[in-house]
Write a protein that binds this ligand. Structure first.
Ligand code: DX5
Ligand code: ZN
Length: 225
């Protein structure tokens, strides 16, 4: 399995000092910046768009920016995020009229492409597109808000998607998003995730370095990665 990636979700950061918050979390050992985009349409919340992504790049952020689109329609905004410096762009199949076309669009604009499965979305949606993806993101909460509790059925789903990815022989990251904490990240890693989004668990902690180190230690304890 590929090495583990910790991707703090800036949804739980202090938006009044976002640049400093991102610098701090990266200095504390985070690998990626998870960037949650919500539109008050596909999900009942409203957050940030390409201008903020671009502002982080101009601020000097060089780490991968992992854009999680919770918007409908998807295609209109993809080129804007690519131009704003996104590294990975993931979207929900329910929000796109043509899933394969959206994946192609993301790649055409030079970004890595990810597909996001909600807790009730069957894994069969991956059947004809897995080989075109760089990342599969499994939601372990319903999208729209930080600070929710981890939904246990995501563990079964992780195991199944891990098998699909391994069978494909391709290097596709398996990311989990929602309710990830120090005390459950070990079982999540053991179920097959290699990329871990955590918002409230990191940004609500008094010491980012300490919580990220404890997450990594738990992942290492529970897997061979
Ligand atoms: C939810 C977002 C998550 C969220 C995770 O729709 O996709 O990235 O910020 O927050 P926590 O880690 O607090 O559950
Ligand atoms: Zn997210």
């Amino acid at each position: 399995m590929s090495s583990c990636v910790i991707a703090p979700s800036i949804l739980s950061a202090n938006f009044a000092r976002l640049g400093e918050e991102v610098d701090a979390v990266l200095a504390a050992g985070a690998d990626w910046v998870h960037f949650d985009v919500m539109d008050n349409h596909y999900v009942p919340n409203l957050t940030i768009g390409p201008l903020v992504c671009e502002a982080l790049r101009k601020h000097g952020v060089t780490a991968p920016i992992d854009v999680h689109l919770m918007v409908r329609p998807v295609d209109r905004i993809v080129p804007d995020f690519a131009a704003a410096g996104a590294s990975v762009i993931s979207f929900h199949p329910e929000a796109s009229e043509h899933v394969h076309r959206t994946i192609q669009l993301i790649r055409k604009h030079g970004c890595q492409a990810g597909l996001v499965l909600n807790p009730a979305t069957p894994i069969e949606v991956l059947d004809y597109v897995l080989e075109d993806l760089d990342l599969v993101l499994l939601m372990s909460v319903n999208p729209g808000f930080g600070g929710q509790s981890f939904i246990r059925s995501a563990l079964t789903k992780l195991r199944r998607v891990r098998e699909m990815i391994d069978r494909s022989g391709r290097s596709i990251r398996l990311e989990i998003d929602g309710g990830v904490k120090v005390d459950n990240i070990g079982v999540i890693a053991a179920a097959g995730a290699d990329t871990f989004v955590a918002g409230s668990a990191i940004f609500n902690a008094p010491d980012y370095q300490d919580v990220i180190a404890r997450m990594r230690a738990e992942v290492a304890r529970c897997t061979l990665c």
